[in-house]
Structure formats: structure tokens, C-alpha cells
Design a protein around this ligand. Structure first.
Ligand SMILES: Cc1ncc(COP(=O)(O)O)c(C=O)c1O
Length: 382
């Protein structure tokens, strides 16, 4: 957590809870670390990690491109001025609307299956996504480069797909790989890059090698970058990267207030945020650092439970905290990625506000929804 307790308390007072807060200095620092490690590589931010327009606008101003996987994400990227070489359109089942929007904006498409060659708009720029068939050190649902995962084409299919793209008049610019998210073992990246470089024998040189994202917040970026550059050099290609989590996770904190406590077989601290605001613990067993913003002697272990009528609605298990009282504030760290973007209106819970600290002041960058916002698209035909 990069923001001070007093800044966090001020934000909670001013904007209410649950609340997502972001630290602009850490957003800038994360991008600087990526640039310092990867040097001349082109950076495309994976919008899915956090699509807030203010964050996208800051990245756009810093020269970052965008990787989009839906018409909505493409519209957001366009809204902040991305087009042409700053836009990638990805996804295993792109819609006609997504092909049309990508073509209109001159985006590069990431081809995910053989049949897609016949679906691309005329004269498209394309990369071929390779599934390297690797078992990767992350949760099953976050692994995208396993033989059993739905992504990409097999290494054996790559020459055929590149050939078919060229024959159809497309600009087959190179290869793409993304093996998963929150990857713990740097060796997984080395293994994926080795599978790619083995393909040089069949593809010859290429313009672009896009090695995706997937770096955990503690990843050894210089180490990954060295190997990624070496892989790109094999193809005499320009290196592209697509980090999501790394660029925004640490900058974000979810603030939640204690509603009460309960002691059954375990000690529960009940909070006003839960699975609707931070789904990752429930979805992937993800662990977020939990910090109490009240004083006291740390004693018991507590499970942090949200307000939903779901047993799985837990934000953390067994964390050591001073005794909580209603109204106390808890901060869940590393919540800038896949926090707000995976939030939902389940239980007609309005999504929280989002606020950005620029080093001197707080700015509201998304207002809190109302119940009326949640049902605004519903019709009453009878
Ligand atoms: C193709 C692709 N690129 C980049 C990313 C970003 O991953 P991460 O946020 O782990 O860096 C994803 C996330 O799943 C992805 O599917």
C-alpha cells in the first residue's frame, strides 16, 4: 500500500465506502519500471485490468497503447484517443462489431484460431496467438497457455495460419503469446519464449513478437525483459508487451468499513465490501494484503467477510488484526487490477466510487452508482 493512513481516512470520509483509491505516483512508478526494464519495447496496457477512463487517459498521454478484448474496451480506448499502432484487438470469439471497430481504427488483430483468417476485415494487420502448451505456476483459471486452455493455435498450426493470412492479403506481422496471469515462476516465461523461438525455423524473420503480460507485482522484470528481447532478436522482430496487473495493481486499494464482528467456529469481521467489489479471493483464492487503519494490539486471527448471502463471500482468511469495532476502516492492497473491473451489481449493489490521489489532492474519477443506475436499462413492456 503506497498511500498514507491519513490520506486513506480522508478519502473514506469524503467519498464513503466501499471505495477504490489509486495513487498516481505508484501508477507512474510502475510504468517507469516497465520502461526501464523493457527499453524500446512497445507497451500495450491490457484494459481488462482496470478500464477507468482517467487511468487510460494518463497512460495514453504517456505513450502507452491498449490491448482490448471487447467492443466496450475498444470504445474506451478510442475515447482516450487510441487508434492504429496503439491498439490491439484480441479475444477468442470476436464479434462482427469488434472486427468492424478494430478495422475502422486501424488496429492490429490477434488471431486466436485458424478459422479467424476468413473472418478478418480485408487487409488487416494481424499477429498469430500461439498456445505453447505449458503448465504454468498460477491458478488454473488464470492459465492461458496450457494445452487444455481455449487460447491460441498450436505451434504446429503457426506456419499454416501465417501462410493463410498472407494469401488472403492480410499483413501477418508476427506472433503473440500470453501464458496466464499472476504467474509466480519466472521460468514459465523462459519456457514459453523457448517454444516461440523454436518456431523461427518454420516462420523465418517477423516484424513483431508480442509476449503478452502476466507478470506478478513482484516479478523480476529485468530478467523477463532480457529473455523477451533475446526471443524477439531471434526473429529480428520488434518486441511488444501487454501488462495489465503490473501497471495498476499496487497503485490501487479497496477501502471498506467494519460493520460488526461475529464469533462462530471462527472470528469474522464483517465489512461493507465483499465479492461484489473484490471477486479475486473468491474466484481464484487470491490473497490481498489487509491493513487495519485503527490502532490496538494485534491479537486474534480474523476472516474478513462481505455482506452477500454467499458462504464464499470472503475477502481474506486468518488475518491478524487488532480487535475491530464498527466503523473502523480496513484497506485491501494490490486491488488496482481486476478489482473495479471485475466488480458486479449482484444483489443490486451499486458499484463503489473511485478516487485518485495525485500527491496533493483527491479527485473523484468515478462516482458511486445508485440503485437507479443499476436498473436503468430495464424496460417495463407490460
Ligand atoms: C492476451 C492478454 N494479454 C495481457 C493480459 C494481461 O495480463 P496481466 O494483467 O496478468 O498482466 C491478459 C490477461 O488475461 C491477456 O489475456
Amino acid at each position: 500500500m503506497t498511500l498514507s493512513r491519513s490520506e486513506l481516512r480522508t478519502a473514506a470520509e469524503r467519498f464513503g465506502t466501499p471505495l477504490y483509491v489509486y495513487d498516481a505516483a505508484e501508477l507512474d512508478a510502475a510504468l517507469a519500471r516497465v520502461r526501464s526494464a523493457f527499453g524500446p519495447a512497445r507497451v500495450f496496457y491490457a484494459v481488462k485490468a482496470n478500464p477507468n477512463l482517467t487511468l487510460l487517459g494518463r497512460m495514453r498521454a504517456a505513450g502507452v497503447g491498449f490491448e482490448c478484448v471487447s467492443a466496450g474496451e475498444i470504445a474506451r480506448a478510442e475515447h482516450v484517443g487510441a487508434s492504429g499502432d496503439t491498439l490491439l484487438v484480441n479475444g477468442p470469439a470476436k464479434s462482427a462489431q469488434e472486427y468492424a471497430a478494430g478495422a475502422r481504427l486501424g488496429a492490429t488483430f490477434i488471431v486466436d484460431r485458424v478459422e479467424e483468417v476468413g473472418l478478418l476485415p480485408p487487409r488487416s494487420k494481424a499477429l498469430v496467438r500461439v498456445n505453447p502448451a505449458l503448465d504454468v505456476s498460477t491458478h488454473d483459471h488464470l492459465a492461458t497457455g496450457a494445452a487444455s486452455s481455449k487460447f491460441g493455435v498450436t505451434p504446429e498450426q503457426v506456419p499454416q495460419v501465417l501462410g493463410a493470412l498472407r494469401e488472403a492479403g492480410h499483413d501477418a506481422r508476427g506472433l503473440h503469446v500470453h501464458i496466464g496471469s499472476a504467474i509466480r515462476n519466472a521460468g514459465d516465461f523462459s519456457a514459453a519464449f523457448a517454444r516461440l523461438t523454436a518456431l523461427h525455423l518454420h516462420t523465418g524473420d517477423l516484424d513483431v513478437l508480442d509476449v503478452g503480460g502476466g507478470w506478478g507485482v513482484d516479478a523480476d522484470l529485468p530478467g523477463i525483459a532480457r529473455e523477451a528481447h533475446a526471443a524477439a532478436a531471434t526473429f529480428s522482430a520488434q518486441l511488444w508487451v501487454e501488462p495489465g496487473r503490473y501497471l495498476v495493481a499496487r497503485a490501487g486499494t479497496l477501502l471498506t468499513r467494519v460493520v460488526g464482528t461475529k464469533h462462530t467456529g471462527r472470528n469474522f469481521v464483517l465489512t461493507d465490501a465483499g465479492m461484489t467489489e473484490l471477486l479475486r479471493p473468491m474466484l481464484y483464492g487470491a490473497q490481498h494484503p489487509v491493513t487495519a487503519l485503527w490502532d490496538g494490539e494485534v491479537q486474534d486471527r480474523w476472516d474478513v467477510a462481505g455482506p452477500a448471502c454467499e458462504s464464499g463471500d470472503l475477502l481474506a482468511r486468518g488475518v491478524r488484526l487488532p480487535a475491530p469495532t464498527p466503523g473502523d476502516l480496513l484497506a485491501l492492497g494490490e486491488a488496482g487490477a481486476y478489482g473495479a473491473s471485475m466488480s458486479s451489481n449482484y444483489l443490486t449493489r451499486p458499484r463503489p466510487a473511485e478516487a485518485l490521489w495525485d500527491g496533493a489532492a483527491w479527485a473523484l474519477i468515478r462516482r458511486r452508482e445508485t440503485p437507479q443506475d443499476v436498473w436503468a436499462a430495464e424496460l417495463a413492456p407490460f
